[in-house]
Design a binder for this molecule. Structure first.
Ligand code: ARG
Length: 578
């Protein structure tokens, strides 16, 4: 139980119970970090209304009944009724020592492990992944890592766009290319491929006709057509796999769960919705009208389950997928990491799934929505020529720019090390820029900011990590040998650093609860800053005596592990030198 808030909570519950009776035993102590003390409890302010008393009186009563002298040195009622708590150095040191002995740094797994399906990345076949997909991939992967670390059973679902009417034109285009070139298909440049197919579809009536017939063949399961379709799907999957490797995300081949996977389930889904009276014919299409959704004109808003031509679309697939995830995969939590514009679509899918009796509490589905990436002009991020920026080119450029920076910072590094570090820093910078601001907001893509060595950036955190490693190199001490060293806190900067170190578990839990990875970024930034202050104010290698030196080295080692673990939960690597 390494984290102070978790340690304090039951004591507050007991004090509240003693002061005001069993009915209030469950009251949230409302603990938070504070700049006036280490931790502040706002419990009295919340209770004031319920009890009809002054918050200060309540706070004083609670403090009277609080027995936390082993945890805190100072407990004070302040302002309108805050309880300010200063942790004892001895208690902190003991908790830090315990954390150091544990591979998980004392962070417990979730009390109630859940099966969590995370739907993320989800690019489209025969289409280049662009910067918009970066957000889903990077945010989704961070959430997956945090949830797994906390002991949940995570099922990654890469909802690949591998079905639908565009495949008529894509397959016909493939047929044309194949006839022309001996060296089979090259869907390497996916955007060119897609654009050519679309241009032909729009300008060549005979081609368009063939494309439409091809869709029918595809849907009826024609073997030759399915073969061509597989060629496209497999080439795309292979390409996406390369991007994932470059990006360092945990998505594997077996995580692809393309839209086509749900084809066989669609008629059953429709029958079930019909039997439950949840769909009706509207202008030739079969639609659900979930309660509460209205068009601009105030009419019921349809979710199209079966189109006029009898085909199924995006919504039907999502309905089949949510049923499958709950019933077959036993998910109790489903996360959809998809851009904010699909908010209404998802809300309608969730509403229909609820009405159908599939999505019932405690099982919940959550839209992890995110904003756009903007260019310096605050418009959608584009290349200078106005094209959409390809993800893979962006990653290569990041590594190139990082390489120049690392070279400048540390010209002594040999080339292999430099290349490795440049990859860690470049990819880390891109990911961190995406993760560190509130995901719902748009953010401006800015090379110089994301690659800066100062401020809340990946290079700053990575540099802090590398610097700690260099302390151990300089001392000729193996950092691991410090895991059992005695920690003694005396200086204020040691106290603050110790308190920061113990915050990782809480921060990870917050990310799991709120699905906001930026909270973990803010935490890590605070930790790195606390280390910088500690390092400025508390000599480590030149400490006054051996015990102090050993204690400070132990603190440094623990900071290094905490930073490394925190970054890894974000999917960012921590170099040992930079
Ligand atoms: N392929 C879609 C797109 O690129 C995203 C799919 C998201 N997942 C889902 N279950 N609808 O916009």
């Amino acid at each position: 139980m390494a984290d102070p808030m978790t340690a304090l909570r039951p004591h507050f519950a007991e004090a509240v119970r003693k002061s005001f009776g069993d009915a209030y035993a469950e009251t949230d102590p409302a603990l938070r970090r504070s700049d006036r003390a280490d931790i502040q409890a706002d419990v009295a302010l919340g209770l004031a209304k319920k009890l009809g008393k002054k918050p200060r009186e309540i706070a004083e009563a609670i403090v009277e009944n609080l027995s936390i002298s082993t945890i805190c040195d100072r407990v004070e009622v302040a302002g309108p009724g805050f309880v300010n708590l200063t942790l004892s150095n001895d208690w902190l040191a003991t908790e830090l020592s315990n954390a150091a002995k544990d591979a998980r740094l004392g962070i417990p797994a979730a009390v109630k492990a859940e099966t969590v399906v995370v739907d993320y990345s989800a690019p489209n076949v025969a289409k280049e992944m662009h910067v918009g997909h970066i957000r889903s991939t990077v945010i989704g992967d961070a959430l997956v890592r945090v949830l797994e670390f906390l002991g949940h059973d995570v099922v990654r679902q890469n909802h690949l766009g591998d079905w639908g009417t565009p495949f008529g034109m894509l397959i016909e285009h493939l047929v044309d290319l194949d006839a022309k070139s001996a060296n089979a298909v090259s869907v390497r440049d996916l955007d060119v491929f897609y654009k050519e197919a679309r241009r032909k579809f729009e300008s060549d009536a005979a081609f368009a006709d063939r494309a439409r017939k091809r869709v029918v063949l595809l849907q009826s399961g024609d073997e030759a057509t399915l073969d061509l379709w597989r060629t496209l799907v497999n080439a795309s999957k292979q390409y996406f796999g390369e991007v994932y490797t470059k990006l360092g995300v945990t998505l594997r081949d077996e995580d692809f769960a393309g839209e086509s996977m749900y084809n066989a389930m669609l008629p059953g889904v429709v029958t079930e919705l019909e039997q439950k009276g949840l769909v009706r014919e509207s202008k030739g299409a079969l639609c659900a009208f979930p309660a509460g959704f209205k068009t601009k004109e105030g009419e019921p808003l349809p979710l199209i389950v079966r189109k006029t031509d009898g085909g199924f679309g995006y919504a039907a697939t999502d309905l089949a997928a949510i049923r499958e995830r709950i019933q077959a995969r036993k998910a109790t939590r489903i996360l959809y990491v998809i851009g904010a514009p699909q908010q209404q679509h998802l809300a309608m899918v969730f509403a229909v799934a609820n009405a159908a009796g599939w999505l019932l509490p405690p099982t919940r589905a959550e839209h992890v929505a995110f904003g756009s990436i903007l260019g310096a002009d605050k418009k959608m991020f584009k290349t200078r020529t106005g094209d959409t920026v390809k993800l893979i080119e962006l990653l290569d450029e990041a590594v190139l720019r990082a390489s120049a920076l690392v070279n400048e910072k540390n010209p002594e590094l040999d080339e292999t090390t430099r290349n490795g570090v440049a990859r860690q820093v470049g990819i880390g910078a891109i990911k961190y820029a995406d993760l560190s601001s509130d995901r719902i907001k748009d953010y401006v893509f800015d090379w110089s900011r994301m690659l800066a060595f100062e401020g809340n950036t990946a290079p700053y955190l990575q540099y802090a990590h590398a610097r700690i490693c260099s302390i151990f190199r300089k001392a000729g001490v193996d950092a691991e040998s410090m895991h059992h060293a005695r920690i003694v806190l005396r200086e204020p900067a040691e106290h603050v650093l110790g308190l920061e170190i113990l915050g990782l578990g809480m921060s990870a839990q917050q990310v799991a609860d709120t699905l906001q990875p930026h909270r973990l970024c803010t935490y890590l930034y605070g930790l790195a800053t606390a280390f910088t202050t500690f390092y400025e104010q508390c000599p480590v290698l030149k400490a006054d005596d051996d015990d102090t030196k050993s204690s400070r080295l132990a603190l440094a080692a623990l900071t290094e592990r905490t930073l490394g673990l925190g970054l890894s939960l974000l999917g960012i690597e921590a170099p040992e030198r930079m």
